[in-house]
Design a protein around this ligand. Structure first.
Ligand SMILES: C[S@@+](CC[C@H](N)C(=O)[O-])C[C@H]1O[C@@H](n2cnc3c(N)ncnc32)[C@H](O)[C@@H]1O
Length: 375
């Protein structure tokens, strides 16, 4: 290849290097070949979980990505032609160079759902590796009956969240925190949807108080090579997020842990909070009203009223802190009775009066922990 072509190639290669620096954790591989006459010399540059490995001319070299990539590109002058594909989870960039031309082409089309899978937001076919590692599919690639419910919950949760995610600035990583992540299957699906389907850069951080589920999540992350995900063993109450929090998600955080998640979202200025509450225990021991004692005569009504009031209090608290809030059933109550999704988006208006929460506390003799957690 002549000097001019090599120079142009190096310029375009420096663009690839910047893309790598920005999307390091989403990197998949560099592959291609150098041609000399009719002979082709394939190469690949991958991350093996610990180091980058360049394989070229039957030799493997380990080291830093930028140095290996440089050494590959700087050998181009020895060949007639070079074809290289840089792939990360948000798309591919193809580079072709010979004496006549140096060209690039990118392919970051939003993934299409294949025929027969239209009812899915996440195509089980496209997400086969993810579903296999999560143990959601059997050998024939079909969702296991035992896991359909969890998959549907995650899909519907994400489906309702996506319109909000689309409004976030597209020029920076979306920072998502999954509070009380458990084994993090919701986070793994969201990560797949954001990166592999929406082609958006994101970082997802899961937090859970149980060490075993955090370790299990890390193992799955490593197996999937989802290096843009991290997990912390911590109480949400005490957890200090290492980065900005754009989005807080929480699926079935036990009892008041849901309030811890809401407080973490508000205190850390999350733009979006998507919270599906779990069991409710907090209001039941004290709830009552002297003027309307009949509301609480029946044990089931008392329990249901107390659960409902807890969630109304949560919604009103979010509104009082400047969020615009909707509450919807994200799956059928036949799937799970814990099917409420509170979706809150930071609105432009400033905080509003705390009249609603004050009234709830006074009228029904409850003393919500959430009030004490937000500062
Ligand atoms: C019902 S599981 C839900 C897990 C996961 N979100 C899911 O939907 O599969 C509730 C999780 O909340 C976690 N948890 C409860 N209290 C917590 C707290 N204070 N801080 C962090 N995690 C908590 C538990 O360890 C458990 O993993």
């Amino acid at each position: 290849m002549n000097k001019q072509a090599v120079q142009k190639l190096k310029l375009l290669a420096s663009g690839i290097l910047s893309r790598f620096e920005e999307n390091k954790d989403l990197f998949l591989e560099v592959s291609g070949s150098c041609q000399s006459g009719t002979v082709s010399y394939p190469f690949s540059l991958i991350f093996d979980g610990e180091q980058y490995v360049l394989t070229f001319q039957k030799e493997s070299t380990r080291g830093v990505f930028s140095e290996l990539f440089h050494s590959l590109v700087s050998q181009a002058n020895l060949y007639d032609e070079l074809e290289l594909t840089y792939a990360d989870r948000t798309g591919r960039l193809m580079l072709r160079a010979d004496n006549k031309n140096v060209t690039t082409k990118s392919d970051n089309k939003v993934a299409e759902v294949s025929k027969g899978e239209e009812k899915h937001l996440i195509s089980p076919k496209a997400a086969n590796k993810l579903l296999t590692v999560l143990d959601f599919v059997s050998d024939n690639g079909k969702l296991k009956n035992t896991h359909v419910r969890k998959f549907t919950q995650a899909e519907h949760f994400i489906e309702l969240l996506v319109p909000y995610l689309k409004k976030l600035p597209s020029d920076r990583e979306i920072m998502v925190y999954d509070l009380a992540c458990g084994k993090s299957y919701l986070s793994f699906f969201l990560n797949f949807y954001l990166c592999d389907v929406m082609k958006r850069r994101c970082r997802i951080i899961g937090v859970d108080i149980r060490e075993d589920v955090v370790e299990a999540s890390k193992k799955i992350r490593d197996e999937l090579k989802y290096y843009n995900m991290d997990f912390y063993c911590a109480d949400i109450l005490e957890f200090a997020p290492p980065t900005r929090m754009d989005v807080a998600i929480s699926l079935h955080a036990c009892d008041v842990a849901t309030d811890f998640a809401i407080a973490a979202a508000v205190n850390n200025g999350a733009q979006i909070a998507a919270i599906a509450p779990c069991c409710h225990k907090e209001f039941l021991p004290t709830i009552g009203n002297e003027e309307m004692p009949y509301l609480f005569e029946n044990g089931i009504f008392k329990k249901r009223f107390s659960d409902l009031l807890t969630d109304i209090y949560r919604v009103k608290t979010l509104e009082e802190h400047g969020y615009s809030v909707t509450a919807t059933e994200f799956v059928s109550p036949l799937e799970t009775p814990k099917n409420l999704l509170i979706l809150a988006e930071k609105a432009n208006h400033s905080t509003i009066s705390n009249e609603a929460t004050r009234q709830i506390k006074q009228t029904f003799s409850v003393d919500p922990i959430l009030e004490k957690l937000i500062f």
